[in-house]
Design a protein around this ligand. Structure first.
Ligand code: NAP
Length: 485
């Protein structure tokens, strides 16, 4: 489909009833408009809900393995378009082509994984204490569910919400982020080409406030799954819980990596650079705090500076680029603002810290990967999510001090330890306040077949991905069946 890109409602591609569109611009080259998208209003959301409601009974009645077959087909179709889908993603979001290719592959794997769940959809069979009574649970879909997704994983996050929602028998209204709606559209196109019945998936683009409010207020809404910022998540939580809707929120992080004195420092530096700077630090699981035992702090800093300076920043569509641009001017401004705050609060700028300008850089939102040393817990850079390529280095006196620093934030998404000390590895796993825990691996880079989600203020509700994802999209019913009377 060429631009202007349309909404997908009731099995048809339609313009918004507002008659308005908005542009999707390449953050590596603002002269390049990826396309115009529909600036939808409440009437478009109402039409999407009407279509989803109409389609839901027949979709729920279809045996789950057959619902799964649509996901298998969509996976095959998307696989056939891997190169173009990845190119679209790099163009609209800015991540490098290898990163975008990896993400589309992940979306394909998610579709296949949940296609397979159609043949499982496990429930419980639990023995009764009474004679001739057979007890079991069944899973029922919720009805119409809404999905609101962010720009930073514009294919994988829509896929990891859509696939379990659909295979469980729900119908869907999805609103992708306005900064990167094309990657989600490619998924919807694949589902359409797979023959998904009309109305089962409805895709509506437009401003978060307008479209989001209309979604949250719709009387047919049964559940909402959201990934994005804490500010928007809090707002959705208030509205959804007031209506006793099921709600799932995945939000921000301030993810630590603890480096203990026994660590191999070359390995630690490589792991930190990967976790902090790849995807321009715009991963919810990106590492933004390195907490390093004092005895290895200085040598690690030296290695980190060398590796960070060697990174190539540029247009992610070009070969050899390690880091693409910030997603837009607002995110770039946020990155630069936090860099200024960190300096004013006394952190030591070790490298980076400025916007890249000159030549092709002038057309995009490019920023140097940035390291701060001597960061203390009271500094804002140690507590608040930047969502850019900025790593704060903190000194820990010992393991206990490192754990205290690591847990001393309001977030709890992901956390890593670099050490081969078996006892401390176990203590870390047991005591770290994070939903995703890695040892001798980056904080980022989780796999689709395992549950995903955080703790503390990073997340609310049930887990996404892996076998637990179906719990959010289904309601359990309990059956007591006396078979002989
Ligand atoms: P965001 O500004 O909260 O936007 C997320 C989605 O919410 C977008 O589709 C946005 O629409 C929509 N939205 C905005 N205002 C809304 C409202 N009032 N009601 C309903 N929906 C509304 O977040 P973002 O900037 O796209 O993403 C970055 C954030 O996501 C970071 O904080 C990051 O940590 C977090 N994140 C978390 C995870 C995780 O799994 N924990 C994963 C990825 C990202 P518009 O685009 O139209 O504004």
């Amino acid at each position: 489909m060429p631009s202007p890109y349309l909404n997908f409602v009731g099995g048809r591609w339609l313009p918004a009833r507002t008659g308005k569109t908005f542009p999707n611009v390449n953050p590596a080259n603002t002269d390049d408009v990826v396309g115009e998208f529909q600036a939808s209003g409440p009437e478009d959301v109402a039409a999407a809900f009407a279509a989803a409601e109409g389609a839901q009974p027949a979709w729920a009645a279809l045996p789950a393995p057959r619902r799964g077959e649509y996901l298998f087909k969509a996976a095959e179709i998307l696989e056939g378009q891997l190169a173009s889908a990845a190119g679209d993603m790099t163009r609209e979001e800015g991540k490098t082509l290898p990163e975008a290719t990896g993400e589309v592959k992940r979306a394909i794997n998610i579709l296949r994984y949940f296609g397979g769940e159609g043949s499982r959809l496990f429930s419980y069979q639990i023995p009764s204490e009474r004679d001739n009574v057979f007890c079991f649970t069944i899973r029922k879909p919720l009805g119409v569910v809404a999905l609101i997704t962010p720009w930073n994983f514009p294919s994988a996050i829509p896929a990891w919400k859509l696939a379990p929602a659909l295979v469980a028998g729900n119908t869907v209204v999805i609103k992708p982020a306005s900064l990167a709606p094309l990657s989600a559209l490619r998924l919807i196109e694949a589902l359409e080409r797979a023959g998904l019945p009309a109305g089962v998936v409805n895709y509506v683009t437009g401003a978060g406030g307008t479209v989001g409010d209309a979604i949250l207020e719709h009387p047919s809404l049964k559940a909402i799954s959201f990934t994005g910022s804490c500010a928007v998540g809090d707002r959705l939580y208030d509205k959804a819980t007031r209506r006793r809707l099921r709600v799932q929120l995945e939000m921000g992080g301030k993810n630590p990596t603890i480096v203990l004195a026994d660590a191999n420092l070359d390995f630690a530096a490589a792991t930190l650079v990967n976790a902090a700077f790849f995807s321009t630090g715009q991963k919810c699981t990106a590492c933004s705090r390195a907490i390093v035992e004092r005895s290895v702090y200085e040598p690690l800093v030296e290695k980190l500076i060398a590796r960070t300076r060697a990174l190539k920043v540029g247009n992610g569509a070009e070969a050899g680029i390690d880091i693409g641009p910030a997603v837009d001017r607002s995110q770039l401004d946020t990155d630069l603002e936090y860099i200024g705050i960190a300096q004013r609060e006394g952190a030591q700028l070790l490298c980076g810290g400025t916007r890249l300008t000159g030549g092709a850089y002038d057309k995009g939102f490019f920023i140097e990967p940035t390291l701060f040393g001597g960061v203390t817990p009271a500094m804002r850079i140690a507590q608040e999510e930047v969502f850019g390529p900025v790593l704060a280095l903190m000194v820990a006196e010992d393991f206990e001090d490192a754990m205290r620093l690591a847990n001393g934030v309001r977030f709890g998404l992901s956390a890593a330890l670099i050490s081969n000390d078996l006892s401390r590895v176990h203590q870390f796993v047991n005591r770290i306040e994070a939903g995703l825990i890695t040892v001798n691996l980056p904080t980022a880079g989780v796999e689709y077949q395992l549950p995903f989600g955080g703790t503390k203020e990073s997340s609310f509700g049930m887990r996404e991905q892996g076998p637990l994802a179906l719990d959010f999209y289904t309601e359990s019913r309990t059956v007591y069946l006396k078979h002989t009377v």
